[in-house]
Ligand binder design. Structure first.
Ligand SMILES: *[C@@H]1O[C@H](CO)[C@@H](O)[C@H](O)[C@H]1NC(C)=O
Ligand SMILES: *[C@@H]1O[C@H](CO)[C@@H](O)[C@H](O)[C@H]1NC(C)=O
Ligand SMILES: *[C@@H]1O[C@H](CO)[C@@H](O)[C@H](O)[C@H]1NC(C)=O
Length: 370
């Protein structure tokens, strides 16, 4: 069994050593001219040894769960989840300028993305997630990102995200490991951010960066709804429960939940909700323990608030099946009336976006575009 804290202590030790070394080298007379450092004057506190910044103290593992007889046999990501489940305060590394939500936003596109998914973000910026007005309704885009688990990679990706933030102003990044079992954490932190920074977005699309969202159709659909009423629609999943086979990506052992069933929820690939429901979820996440599967967790939050998710037949997070083997399931005519489909490669996003924009898109006959 390998716990995480010994590694943590080693890195602390290294940090202290490095700080000591810095102190020693600074105190010995320089043998060659020291380079000019105009922005770091002598005695600048950022160069003093010790904790560099007053960010929230790193959250420590709760080791009491590791005493449980089942703990040692669990997959490492599940053990990791259990040890850090209580951690919820992570510093924001990058956030959009206040102008993002200064004027009324009709639909806020909040897209979960991993640091490495630059290609996906780039194609979304020019296709369905482009910031624009649709039938008069303003759309705004935000990518929700964590940090890479490997410190060296993280440095690289943080620079990349800095460049993206400067150029596009659409990055909301926190200092936690971006992993599958931390998606709920991302969801919780986004809800908290939205409740303080973008409360007047009327509706939110919460989704993944590998879905095709027909944002024009979404606006048409949402314009028939009141943002101050409950709305939570997507691909409805019900009468399912935890998967207990350890090799599944969705494996949830009894140590995480003893419940046999999940409340109804919408598939996390993409769902739409109103600002009323965002606020209700914001209240629920403060009191519910974090559950590692993010979409199920939102189902739990809805249930706690006495609200229910609903199905929308236009949201196909399980993909689209072609009605006939002679017609490609990539046919834009299938997508014309849909809201969201999982999953698309970046180049497919561009092709579909382009095909749907063609005014002469001819449907209802064989042999159309693809
Ligand atoms: C640590 O975990 C135990 C059970 O595993 C729990 O009772 C306790 O409240 C947890 N402590 C914190 C700080 O979350
Ligand atoms: C979630 O992120 C925290 C902070 O980076 C990390 O300590 C924890 O191990 C991560 N959990 C999982 C399951 O990846
Ligand atoms: C939108 O947000 C801004 C800034 O927080 C606020 O001044 C304004 O009143 C809000 N508008 C609505 C309709 O809530």
């Amino acid at each position: 069994m390998r716990l995480l804290w010994p590694r943590l202590d080693v890195s602390l030790l290294l940090l202290a050593l490095a700080a000591l070394l810095l102190l020693v080298t600074r105190e010995s007379p320089p043998s060659c001219p020291t380079p000019e450092r105009p922005t770091e004057p002598e005695g600048d506190p950022s160069w003093a040894p010790g904790p560099p910044r007053a960010d929230p103290a790193p959250c420590r593992a709760n080791l009491s769960v590791s005493a449980h007889p089942d703990f040692a046999g669990l997959p490492s990501h599940v053990r990791d989840f259990l040890l850090y489940r209580h951690c919820r305060d992570f510093p924001v590394l990058r956030e959009p300028r206040a102008t993002k939500c200064a004027r009324p936003v009709f639909l806020l596109l909040a897209i979960k993305s991993s640091p490495a998914n630059y290609g996906r973000r780039q194609v979304l910026r020019t296709t369905w997630a482009r910031e624009r007005r649709v039938r008069g309704a303003p759309l705004r885009r935000l990518f929700l990102v964590g940090s890479d688990r490997n410190p060296q990679q993280a440095q690289k990706f943080n620079r990349l995200l800095e460049l993206e933030a400067q150029t596009y102003g659409d990055i909301l990044q926190w200092d936690f490991h971006d992993s599958f079992f931390n998606l709920t954490l991302k969801q919780v932190l986004f809800l908290e951010w939205q409740q303080t920074h973008c409360t007047n977005a009327s509706f939110v699309l919460n989704g993944d960066d590998d879905v095709f969202a027909h944002t024009d159709n979404m606006v048409t659909y949402l314009q028939g709804h009141d943002p101050d009423q409950h709305l939570f629609v997507g691909h409805l999943i019900q009468n399912v429960g935890p998967i207990r086979v350890p090799w599944s990506k969705y494996f949830v052992p009894a140590l995480v939940t003893a419940e046999d069933s999940y409340p109804p929820y919408c598939g996390g690939g993409g769902f739409l909700l109103s600002r009323f429901t965002m606020a209700a979820l914001g209240r629920a996440v403060r009191v519910l323990p974090i559950f590692p599967i993010d979409d199920v967790f939102l189902g739990m939050c809805l249930q706690r608030q006495g609200l229910a998710p609903r199905a929308h037949s236009g949201v196909r997070t399980a993909g689209v099946l072609s009605p006939s083997p002679r017609v490609s399931s990539f046919d834009p005519c299938f997508y014309r009336d849909l809201l969201l489909v999982h999953r698309f490669l970046p180049f497919e996003m561009l092709l579909m976006w382009d095909a749907l924009k063609q005014p002469q898109l001819a449907c209802g006959r064989q042999g159309s575009a693809y």
